[in-house]
Ligand binder design. Structure first.
Ligand SMILES: *Cc1c(COP(=O)(O)O)cnc(C)c1O
Length: 375
C-alpha cells in the first residue's frame, strides 16, 4: 500500500550524500593533508580510474562538460572554416561548445523513437567542410554509434561523444566514452557521476590528442612556465577528483538501481494509450540519467502530477535553435520537426537511485491515474 500523500521530488541527493559522507570526509582530509589542491595525485588517480572504467587509455579532468567538449574541438583543430554536425535535441552546451571554437553549427533532427541524432539525416548533412559530428547519448541512451562511425570513417570526419548523461552506458558491450575519437563527460552534481560542484573529463584512446588537451586545460603548458599554445584554465581540482574517486566505485550499482526504477515505471505505464514509455534499442544498455515519457497532453498531465506532489521536469522545453541566443541567425530557421514535436511532448519523471520502492510505486500509480483520466 503506497501512501498517496507523500511528495516525491524530481531529484534529491540527500540520501546519497548521507551514505557517502564518511568517504567524502576522508577524501577531504586526504586533500588537506596532501597540501596539493590543483594538478596533484588525486587528479592523476581519478583520471586513471575513470579511463579504466570507460575502457580507454586516457582521461583528462577538466572544469566542466562544456569545457570538455570545447577542448576536444580545439585540440582537433576545428575552427571557423569547419562545420560541426549536432543533434537538434540536446542541452544547449553541445551547441555552445561548437560556437566557442567559431565552427558553423549544422543541426540535424532526431529519431523520434530514441530522441538521439538520426544517422540518415547526418548523412544528408555532410559537406566538404564537415569536420566533426557530436553524438549526444541523450537521457543516458547511447546514440547509433555503428552507423555514425561508418559515416565518420567514410567521410574522414571526427566522431565525438557528448557523454555528459551517459556515465557507464553500454553499446554492444563497450562503454560510452570509448565509442568515438574522444568523449566529453560532465560531473555536474545531478549527473549519474556527480561532483560536489562543477567538473568534467575528456576520454580518448588517442595519446597525442590527450596530450594536447592536457596542455590546453593548463594555459597551453605541459611543462611549467613553458607555453606552447594559447590555452585556458580548465582543471578538475584535487578536492573534486577525490570526491569523484569516492563515488566512482558505486556507479554501476547506482546505475543498476536506475534501471530497476525504469523497468518498474515501464511495467506500470506501457499499456496506456496517452503515454509512450522509452524504447531500448538492441545492443544498448542505457543508464537512465532521465526517464522520459511522451504525451500529447503533456502539459495537463504535468499539472495533474504537480497537484499530486510528484515533481517532473521537461528536457528540454525549448530546443537550442529556438533559444534567444540564436535569434536572428540562420539556426533559427532550421527545419527540425521531430525535435520541435518532442519539446512539446516529453516529460521526465522522478529518477534518482536512492528512491524507495514506495516512492517509485507512488509515482507510477499517480502517472497512471492521471493518464487514464486524460485518455
Ligand atoms: C550537462 C550537459 C552538458 C554540460 O555539462 P556541464 O558540466 O554542465 O558544463 C553538456 N551536454 C549535455 C548533454 C549535458 O547534459
Amino acid at each position: 500500500m503506497t501512501n498517496c500523500n507523500t511528495v516525491v521530488p524530481f531529484f534529491s541527493s540527500r540520501i546519497m550524500l548521507d551514505e557517502l559522507r564518511p568517504a567524502l570526509e576522508r577524501a577531504l582530509a586526504r586533500v588537506i593533508d596532501s597540501g596539493q589542491s590543483i594538478l596533484g595525485d588525486e587528479l592523476s588517480a581519478f583520471e586513471r580510474q575513470f579511463a579504466t572504467y570507460c575502457g580507454v587509455s586516457h582521461a583528462i579532468g577538466v572544469a566542466s562538460g562544456l569545457d570538455a567538449l570545447a577542448l576536444i574541438l580545439r585540440a582537433l583543430g576545428i575552427d571557423r572554416e569547419s562545420e560541426v554536425i549536432v543533434p537538434g535535441q540536446t542541452f544547449v552546451a553541445t551547441w555552445l561548445a561548437a560556437d566557442q571554437v567559431g565552427a558553423r553549427l549544422v543541426p540535424v533532427d532526431i529519431d523520434p523513437v530514441t530522441f538521439n541524432i538520426d544517422h540518415r539525416a547526418v548523412k544528408s548533412a555532410i559537406t566538404k567542410r564537415t569536420r566533426a559530428i557530436i553524438a549526444v547519448h541523450l537521457y543516458g541512451q547511447p546514440a547509433e554509434m555503428h552507423e555514425l562511425s561508418s559515416l565518420a570513417r567514410q567521410f574522414n570526419i571526427d566522431l565525438i561523444e557528448d557523454a555528459a548523461q551517459a556515465h557507464g552506458a553500454m553499446y554492444y558491450g563497450r562503454r560510452a566514452g570509448g565509442l568515438g575519437k574522444a568523449a566529453a563527460f560532465s560531473f555536474y552534481p545531478t549527473k549519474n557521476l556527480g561532483a560536489l560542484g562543477d567538473g568534467g573529463a575528456v576520454t580518448t584512446d588517442d595519446p597525442e590528442l590527450a596530450e594536447r588537451i592536457r596542455g590546453l586545460r593548463n594555459y597551453g603548458s605541459t611543462k611549467k612556465y613553458h607555453h606552447e599554445v594559447p590555452g585556458v584554465n580548465s582543471r578538475l581540482d584535487e578536492l573534486q577528483a577525490a570526491f569523484l574517486s569516492a563515488r566512482l566505485p558505486h556507479l554501476d550499482a547506482k546505475n543498476g538501481r536506475r534501471r530497476e526504477i525504469a523497468n518498474a515505471y515501464s511495467g506500470h505505464l506501457r499499456d496506456l494509450p496517452e503515454l509512450k514509455v522509452p524504447t531500448v534499442p538492441d545492443g544498448t544498455e542505457p543508464v537512465w540519467h532521465l526517464y522520459v515519457v511522451r504525451s500529447r497532453v503533456r502539459d495537463t498531465l504535468r499539472a495533474r502530477l504537480d497537484e499530486e506532489g510528484i515533481g517532473t521536469l521537461i528536457h528540454y522545453p525549448i530546443p537550442p535553435h529556438l533559444q534567444k541566443v540564436y535569434a536572428g541567425t540562420y539556426l533559427q530557421a532550421a527545419t527540425l520537426p521531430h525535435t520541435e514535436l518532442a519539446a512539446s511532448e516529453v516529460l521526465s519523471l522522478p529518477m534518482w537511485p536512492e528512491m524507495s520502492d514506495a516512492e517509485v510505486s507512488r509515482v507510477a500509480c499517480s502517472v497512471r491515474k492521471a493518464a487514464v483520466a486524460l485518455g
